[in-house]
Ligand binder design. Structure first.
Ligand code: NAP
Length: 291
């Protein structure tokens, strides 16, 4: 959504001034002219940030409220979950015994990347912006180590946490943090370029040190991706992720803001590190809050 606030050509159209923002929304059908949906159905779609939206049935996917919390369709069993799943497994290709480093490690995508890498038998190091987040990903999620990038000796800590170097780096943030990780990459390392959140709000591009030679000397691969490229395979990813949740191998956390009016603050909070796990905004009235 942040990318769509810049008036530049990208993989998705920029937002238009004076039109509502849109994003991943779970809603309840109140009225339907389509035989596919009846009032009361829960649906997922790319809809407006609004109390009510009108959508065609092509744009909506029906959700089963009995299959667990419907909010998971926006997180672990939705776009962020599939970003972690396909980005790590298809591009990162982690092997048991390898070291996986993930930045933005306490966020919606990062928490899942680390847990999937643990399932695959890797040593997992997360980079986060607070000691509380570090305690959460090691204590609750089973990461092997967590580094707070706001501490002055973060580079030394990172090196210590990766005694065998870094085989897979899942990058959510870019900037200085990525420069530090690249210093530690191993021969044939895979770098998954998922996000660059440290750059999204900069007025001028931050070029930084030119580290490409590190990729050259290590014969490393860096690959960017957009999760929608894997859309056809989402059912497969959702199935496996749901199974891992059932088995207790994947845990999730949601940070929930209440009311449509809280949406801008919640959105801006992403850039200040205010969320743990998936940031959601609960727009509907409280009669739906049990969901
Ligand atoms: N390629 C794709 O298809 C795809 C799909 C979904 C998301 N993404 C990208 O993946 C990344 C993670 O998305 P998400 O939804 O899981 O967000 P998120 O991690 O839940 O939330 C953002 C987190 O980023 C960290 N952050 C904010 N500003 C930072 C900075 N200047 N330097 C370092 N860390 C900073 C904050 O955590 P700290 O407290 O740790 O700083 C914040 O909590 C984003 O870059 C997003 O754009 C890509």
């Amino acid at each position: 959504m942040r990318g769509r606030m810049n008036d530049v050509a990208s993989y998705i159209e920029p937002f238009k001034v004076n039109e509502p923002l849109s994003g991943g929304i779970v809603g309840r059908v109140v009225e339907s002219k389509s035989p596919k949906f009846t009032p009361g159905d829960y649906v997922l779609g790319n809809l407006n940030w609004a109390d009510y939206s009108v959508a065609s049935d092509q744009e909506l996917r029906k959700l089963d409220p009995n299959s667990g919390s419907i909010s998971l369709a926006l997180g672990t069993l939705g776009m962020p979950g599939m970003t972690a799943y396909f980005g790590l497994l298809e591009i990162g290709k982690p092997k048991a015994g390898e070291t996986v480093v993930v930045s933005g490690a306490a966020g919606a995508v990062g928490t899942l990347v680390g847990q999937i890498a643990k399932i695959k038998g890797c040593r997992v190091v997360g980079i986060v912006g607070s000691d509380d987040k570090a305690a959460y990903i090691t204590g609750e999620l089973g990461f092997d180590a967590a580094i707070n990038y706001k501490q002055a000796d973060f580079r030394e800590q990172l090196k210590k946490a990766c005694p065998q170097g870094v085989d897979v780096y899942f990058d959510n943030v870019g900037g200085d943090i990525t420069d530090a990780v690249l210093q530690l990459i191993n021969h044939h390392a895979r770098i998954v370029l998922c996000g660059q959140i440290s750059m999204y709000n900069l007025d001028k591009p931050d070029i930084g040190p030119r580290n490409w030679w590190l990729l050259l000397v290590k014969s490393a691969t860096l690959q960017g991706f957009i999760v929608s490229e894997y859309a056809e395979r989402f059912p497969e990813g959702i199935r496996e992720m749901a199974q891992w949740i059932k088995e207790g191998k994947v845990k999730f956390h949601e940070t929930i803001a209440r009311g449509l009016g809280s949406a801008p603050k919640a959105f801006i909070g992403l850039f200040k590190g205010e969320n743990i796990g998936k940031q959601l905004v609960h727009v509907a009235d409280e009669s739906l809050s049990s969901l």
